[in-house]
Design a protein around this ligand. Structure first.
Ligand code: C2E
Ligand code: CA
Ligand code: CA
Length: 743
């Protein structure tokens, strides 16, 4: 009897075990492969959990199918695979909502002009402002930490870093979204470099151009994991988090309340959704630990089966994603910089064995920044896609086109090219760009500058070849744009000199190599010197005087422009007493780089020094270029307000060379407009320039701005300007820039 009972009970036990495993297996596979719509049965039970009203239930019955717009390139939050399937946190979250409500979502691609006619729901909204026609749900479905990443090789950071340790550092941050603003507020002394792509920041970290990169932990850990990036490590977390919301058609009250109930029920960062996408080593460790210690045999078995199944699924997702990510740039669908660098290295290995030549070409769109600045990133993106198409129509296999950075493309030429062949190829590329780009009823004329280097002629090292092609491309830009330059020995010398110079510039202040020249500016009515421009000079002990046209650009490139600017602030304050004794109520004009406007501290400090010394703000004028005012950041606006409040004057420098809209400038309080010297040099011979000058003066006066002509070299020019009622004259005719002792 005892044995029979045992046998029966064992059988029951085994059957039970078998049955449970089967049910759980079915359930777990069901849950992980759930379509966006669910069977009515599951939905019905879940609906009760949400306590939906009968009106809400009616609504779901009447509208079971909805469209959800989801972004395609924000891995792993929302992205699209090669097979056109949408994936990521947002899509999985929608599946959870489906499960709870019975609503069925058709996922469509998000675009910048999306309206409730295209989709009832949008996901992936960063910050607090939804597109027009949509309303944010009450809670974010995702809230991620922003973490600090540094170069692995750096010895500076040994233990975990806190944000405040970065207060004097150069930090890379992604250009759009509110993170950069928040960082500037927390770390006013840090230098912020805005980047287009995570890879760009990783390269900057690796080369030492920036000290740390701050970005979305979920996104960057995932990126780092899949690209097996070893040169970068996570070094700490910041207190800044990024929230991601869904937005719902704002006119549909019932839909809003249904989705609010569903998201409140699921909550922010549901673990079952996030675990597929989190890529930190500690997670795996925790999972294993919990699995080992918490359950007895049966549960452990089930857990293990589930874990096995979900890891299989993750592996499948991961391999699809790895394949896609490792090869493509999401915007243009071109190979990305990882793939192209690999291809280049492979090609270099092959050429080492053969007598083949290969070429590296860098293409950079000229004035692309203007498209982004004046028409926004959405239009900029479309221009980039179209540019990629045009390039691909000229460059066909076996050659490879890749997107290398913001508006930069790298082409690998594999067919033994020589200079003549490259010239012909680039002529076709330049020709392809001739036709204006038409995007959303707007038309843009965009050209490209191309540089190339050859292997083995110039180098057999991939990084060097890219650097040389880049230098050649800059030479194409410097010498008129819209053309092709092949790297050569002269450029090599130039490049080494420039790199050397940029390094030397870092020490120019402490080695006492900087000083100022002053150039008087005369009132054309009274011929009195009322203003004086401070111009920075750098005398290097071996290289002699280096033109500010060269070293200011270098300083803007390597981040030391803020230090140079601060030195200028101090020096003009020291010189002020002497200048005011010499000229009376003089106004000192200083050139301020846009980068100096990205921080609060330097300008704030200058103003506080003015107050301490009892000098009025009216005795100083900041010369800025109009680019600064086109899409000013909040920090820039705040600095402009502070400048205005303290009576410091503002002048627009080099007017006529850029965007040149006085009406636009009228949105800001501008006191002076300086007409660029390129117009003044021609006014006596060129009627066009004369008419232009006249109209700038006329319009400026209408808008209560005073006009300064710069580069006045002849008495004829000065007479004409006087007749046009220009207010001030600056130029070699009256006074060259000179040392303070010579004034
Ligand atoms: P800018 O602000 O347009 O300065 C005027 C430039 O025109 C100066 O060149 C000046 O020497 C030159 N100039 C003055 N009168 C005449 C003339 O009659 N004929 C001609 N052909 N040129 C004249 P400089 O000193 O070489 O400065 C070049 C540029 O470097 C400046 O252009 C400014 O953009 C930048 N720069 C100079 N000092 C500073 C500085 O302290 N900070 C910043 N951010 N930029 C500076
Ligand atoms: Ca100036
Ligand atoms: Ca100027």
């Amino acid at each position: 009897m005892g044995t029979i009972y045992l046998r029966i009970s064992q059988q029951i036990h085994y059957k039970l075990l078998f049955l449970t495993v089967c049910v759980l297996l079915c359930l777990s596979s069901y849950a992980s492969d759930l379509p966006l719509s669910l069977s009515k049965l599951v939905a019905h039970e879940n609906i009760e959990q949400l306590a939906l009203t009968s009106a809400e239930l009616q609504w779901i019955k009447a509208h079971p199918k909805l469209r959800a717009a989801v972004k395609t390139g924000w891995i792993p939050i929302e992205f699209k695979l090669e097979n056109q399937k949408h994936k990521g946190v947002s899509v999985d979250y929608l599946k959870r909502i489906s499960q709870l409500t019975g609503l069925e979502f058709t996922v469509i691609d998000y675009h910048d002009n999306i309206s409730p006619n295209d989709a009832e729901l949008i996901t992936g909204i960063r910050g607090q402002i939804p597109p027009i026609g949509f309303k944010l749900l009450e809670i974010p479905y995702l809230e991620t930490a922003n973490a600090i990443y540094v170069a692995s090789k750096t010895s500076f950071y040994q233990s975990e870093i806190k944000l405040n340790q970065l207060s004097n550092k150069t930090l890379a941050v992604y250009k759009s979204g509110p993170l950069a603003q928040k960082l500037k507020a927390l770390l006013p002394h840090a230098r912020i470099k805005l980047v287009d792509l995570a890879d760009e920041a990783f390269d900057d970290l690796n080369s030492g151009a920036v000290d740390a990169y701050i970005g979305n932990e979920l996104v960057l850990d995932y990126h780092k994991y899949f690209h097996k990036i070893k040169v970068i490590k996570k070094a700490g977390k910041t207190p800044i988090t990024s929230k991601v919301f869904m937005g719902v058609k704002d006119t549909d009250v019932l839909l809003n309340s249904i989705l609010n109930k569903a998201t409140l029920h699921i909550g922010t960062n549901p673990e079952e959704v996030l675990e597929t996408y989190q890529r930190t080593s500690t997670d795996t460790f925790n999972k294993l630990l919990i699995g080992t210690i918490s359950f007895f045999a049966l549960i452990l078995l089930i857990q293990l089966i589930k874990l096995y199944k979900s890891s299989k699924l993750q592996e499948k997702n991961a391999s699809e994603t790895i394949w896609f990510q490792a090869n493509h740039d999401f915007l243009t669908k071109l190979p990305n910089r990882y793939l192209i660098k690999n291809k280049l290295n492979e090609a270099l290995q092959r050429t080492a064995e053969s007598q083949h030549t290969i070429g590296v070409m860098i293409l950079d769109l000229d004035n692309f920044k203007d498209v982004n600045d004046t028409s926004g990133h959405a239009i900029g993106d479309e221009v980039l896609i179209e540019a990629a198409e045009r390039i691909k129509s000229v460059i066909t296999p076996p050659h490879i086109v890749s997107r290398f950075g913001g508006d930069e493309f790298l082409i690998l030429i594999l067919s033994n090219p020589d200079e003549m062949w490259l010239n012909a190829l680039c002529a076709s590329l330049v020709h392809q760009m001739k036709e204006p780009f038409r995007v959303q009823q707007k038309s843009f004329v965009i050209s490209m500058s191309i540089g190339a280097s050859l292997s083995p002629n110039h180098s057999t090292n991939a990084d060097e070849l890219i650097m040389f092609a880049d230098e050649a491309m800059y030479q194409a830009k410097r010498t008129g744009k819209n053309k092709f330059v092949l790297f050569d020995e002269n450029l090599h010398t130039l490049l080494t000199e420039r790199t050397h110079l940029a390094n030397e510039l870092r020490y120019a202040i402490q080695r006492d190599q900087l000083f100022l020249h002053y150039q008087p500016i005369f009132n054309l009515k009274t011929m009195q010197c009322e203003k004086i421009e401070a111009l920075l000079r750098w005398k290097h002990p071996e290289l002699g005087f280096i033109s500010p046209e060269i070293f200011i650009k270098l300083a803007e490139g390597n981040g030391c422009i803020t230090d140079l600017g601060n030195w200028l602030f101090q020096q003009t304050l020291l010189d002020y007493p002497l200048l005011s004794r010499r000229y009376g109520n003089i106004q000192i004009c200083m050139n301020i780089s846009p980068i100096q406007f990205t921080q609060a501290e330097p300008i704030h400090q200058f103003i506080s020094n003015l107050k301490t010394l009892g000098i009025s703000g009216n005795n100083f004028c900041f010369e800025i270029t109009e680019g600064l005012l086109l899409e000013p950041s909040n920090q820039t606006l705040q600095n402009l307000r502070e400048i205005n409040t303290h009576g410091i004057k503002l002048a627009i420098d080099d007017f006529g060379t850029g965007y040149s809209s006085l009406a636009y400038l009228n949105k800001f309080r501008i006191d002076y407009v300086k007409i660029d010297k390129s117009f003044i040099s021609n006014i006596t011979q060129n009627l066009n320039d004369q008419v232009l000058c006249r109209s700038i003066i006329y319009m400026g006066k209408q808008l209560s701005m005073k006009l300064i002509a710069e580069g006045v070299e002849t008495i004829e020019q000065e007479m004409l300007l006087k007749e046009m009622e220009c207010n001030y004259s600056q130029g070699y005719l009256r006074a060259k820039p000179m040392a303070i002792e010579d004034l």
